[in-house]
Design a protein around this ligand. Structure first.
Ligand SMILES: Nc1ncnc2c1ncn2[C@@H]1O[C@H](COP(=O)(O)OP(=O)(O)O)[C@@H](O)[C@H]1O
Length: 365
């Protein structure tokens, strides 16, 4: 890490370093602040609705408990965006920029890893529901999931707290970076936390991939069964009697919905975790990197971090497409009929898939 080396004693050196090494380009000071402002406005609206809907849904399944944790994490993450906007666009006072380094950035990362961990748990839950559709839950199991959720929050809070406490040095230059405010122990802990977070991410990525491979296999079997049971080639008789529907159409919609979790996980989190490794090294082993390389890794980290931030507005899509209770409560409140939007949510997932595996893979049970 740079350890205040951005404030060289020789002024000539300082100016030269500043010109070549400054992070203050149009990307950091204009483009990302505008994008994060947009994200904040959309995030507040979508997550506001999500909180409001989830308040009305009892926690009667593991899936709903996990989604409620994600919505809380997303709300906290969304409220860190204005601080980042002010800090990156150089509109913040020194005190506010210190607050961003000490508190709001740490909260941002905390909520990101909360989301990642709950994505892993959701994948396991969807897999369990698809493979063992008739295994229900009971209040003891629900309580265990709530305890697990509390444990995850507590563990990550304890892990991140030293990043707040040990970011306590007074900046010696107006152009300070977060790493400049860290003590020796703070720099060490910053590296440790990033290693632990990499393990959390890659562990969850493997979990998500394994679970969705199993889900895909099961869904494929179910679709094949549904297809072979359907009468008249492409036309099937729905269990409710009156309506008919082409299985192939249902299949396309179901796949898109079920794999939303996978898509969001890949788009939001994979690029950042590739970019984070060299960036953390450039922070903690600064001598190995020249100015241009440091700047490149910083910009790569910021660009991929923006993709991770997109998670806060993509998660509400997951609630809408994968949680029937969420949709129904939303439609009820808006006084819309329950089948509204069935052309995009996949009618089969709501009412008449004719297969328990298909139904469970996208119901909110
Ligand atoms: N995975 C993480 N978990 C918790 N806090 C983190 C994590 N990564 C970085 N932080 C903290 O967030 C703040 C900003 O970190 P970082 O984004 O690396 O700095 P910079 O904005 O200078 O690039 C620092 O206080 C850092 O210790």
């Amino acid at each position: 890490m740079e350890r205040n080396s951005t404030f060289p004693l020789v002024l000539g050196n300082y100016s030269r370093t500043n010109i070549t090494c400054s992070r203050d380009n149009v990307l950091k000071t204009v483009v990302f602040p505008v994008l994060y402002s947009f994200l904040f406005l959309v995030g507040v609206s979508l997550n506001g609705v999500a909180v409001w809907v989830f308040f009305r849904i009892p926690s009667r399944s593991h899936f709903i408990i996990y989604l409620k944790n994600i919505v809380v994490a997303d709300v906290i993450m969304t409220f860190t965006f204005p601080f980042k906007v002010l800090s990156d666009s150089n509109m913040a006072s020194t005190g506010l920029r210190i607050f961003v380094c000490r508190v709001s950035s740490v909260l941002f990362y905390l909520t990101m890893y909360i989301s990642i961990l709950f994505f892993g748990l959701i994948s396991i839950d969807r897999c369990r529901k698809t493979l063992k559709p008739f295994r229900g839950t009971n209040s003891a199991r629900l309580t265990r999931r709530k305890v697990l959720s509390g444990t995850i929050w507590t563990f990550l809070l304890i892990l991140c707290l030293p990043n707040v406490i040990l970011t306590c040095k007074t900046p010696t230059s107006p152009y300070f970076k977060c790493s400049d405010l860290k003590t020796e122990a703070g720099l060490y802990w910053h590296e440790v936390v990033n290693h632990v977070c990499q393990v959390i991410f890659w562990g969850n990525l493997v979990t998500v991939i394994v679970c969705y491979t199993l889900i895909t296999k099961e869904l494929y079997k179910s679709y094949s069964r549904t297809k072979s049971h359907s009468t008249g080639g492409n036309i099937s008789q729905a269990p409710s009697g009156g309506t008919t529907r082409k299985p192939q159409q249902g299949k396309r919609k179901m796949n898109a919905n079920v794999f939303l979790v996978l898509a969001v996980f890949f788009v939001c989190f994979v690029p950042f975790h590739f970019a984070r490794v060299p960036y953390t090294m450039s922070q903690t082993r600064g001598v190995l990197f020249d100015c241009k390389l440091k700047l490149f890794f910083f910009q790569l980290k910021e660009s991929t971090l923006f993709l991770s931030s997109l998670n806060s507005i993509l998660d509400p899509l997951i609630y809408f497409f994968l949680c029937k209770s969420f949709r129904n409560t939303l439609f009820k409140t808006l006084k819309l009929p329950p089948g509204t939007c069935s052309w995009i949510t996949g009618k089969g997932s709501d009412t008449d898939s004719g297969s328990t595996a298909l139904r469970n893979s996208s119901a909110c049970t």
